[in-house]
Ligand binder design. Sequence first.
Ligand code: ADP
Length: 399
Amino acid sequence: MSQAIISLNSGSSSIKFGLFSLEGGVPVHAAGGKLEKIGIAPQLTIRDGEGSIIAEKEWPQGASLTHQALLDDLYDWAGSHLAGHEIIAVGHRVVHGGADFAAPVRVDAAILARLEALCPLAPLHQPHNLAAIRAIAALSPDLPQIACFDTAFHHAMEPVATRLALPRAMSDRGIRRYGFHGLSYDYIARRLREIDPELASGRVIAGHLGNGASLCAIHAGRSVDTTMGFTALDGLMMGTRSGALDPGVVIHLMKQEGMSADEIETLLYRESGLLGVSGISSDMRTLHESDDPRAAEAIALFVWRAAREAGALISAMGGIDGIVFTAGIGENDPVIRAAIAARLAWTGLEIDEAANRANAPLISTPDSRVTARVIPTDEERMIALHTLATLQAEATPWA
Ligand code: ADP
């Protein structure tokens, strides 16, 4: 019987998962999928390792199934699908590891309590991540569960990159910059070591450009600085999030417009970004297809902000040797990549138009001083790799 790991990325309205069988000690993607529209009309789609749909299920509109009930179903399915496999662990994406957790950790009751104490730092994400851990513990109390943190990769940042210019006592209460998308950047840094070790030892801007979007300055595989900070609201303009904002805007909205904290949260997380500026959609593809000038303005602002933040990160690293694009927009959108690259032409970056149009792995010209690559991210695989490494480290504590 061969062994398998499940990786889970549990959010408020969706749960993404991957099933990895261990072949020769390496996690191989056997199946994966997504449970979407939780709380509205849940939909489950499962695909095999080649991407073909192998199972689908829909629940009726208004089915208010809990994460627990949905995970029960998913877990049952995994058990039958993986007949011949023994599930040895479940790895979870946990958004916040706070100041303490610099590496993945096996969760027990004491660790879970410490992770729960971090919920106020990520109220929209952390509770759902932890609900999945509790759900699996109820189903299989002895199964090892490993928490893999989105903040952990950024523990390498120097203190100066983590401080906010607020009174000192506030940082003691955890109000500081943490950075997010760490599982994605960790994966990109590892893939880069495999495919371009010379660049991996240099100064790289990685751009995770999806619905959520951020940039990370990575020098020799370590995070130097990143655009998200205390929350995943900071930095770039995103699908529905504002990104960095003059804090005076928030004070104005509260004092002059009488908005409550909840209203401002909804505004900044759900109604801003590409959606807010265009008034049309948060989806980059829809904006490209529109001939409404507001769509073009939203795209222009997205590019402007990305290039401006990239400039700041290049300064943080003292230069740039390469740029890597990843996630939905980064992997698939030649127009946005070319527009950001054009604004960074002063670095010596030169894009090969045909390679860029083809979403090729290498999209810079041979003469470009800065290498540009497209690397598909794989957070589920990163979770599986971390989970396996954590189990192995437990098995050989003196290694
Ligand atoms: P999430 O943060 O939800 O994981 P994704 O990484 O899937 O988001 O990115 C979603 C974004 O990627 C959307 O704006 C979508 O329009 C964009 N995107 C996906 N595929 C393409 C494509 N082929 N061309 C342009 N944009 C794309």
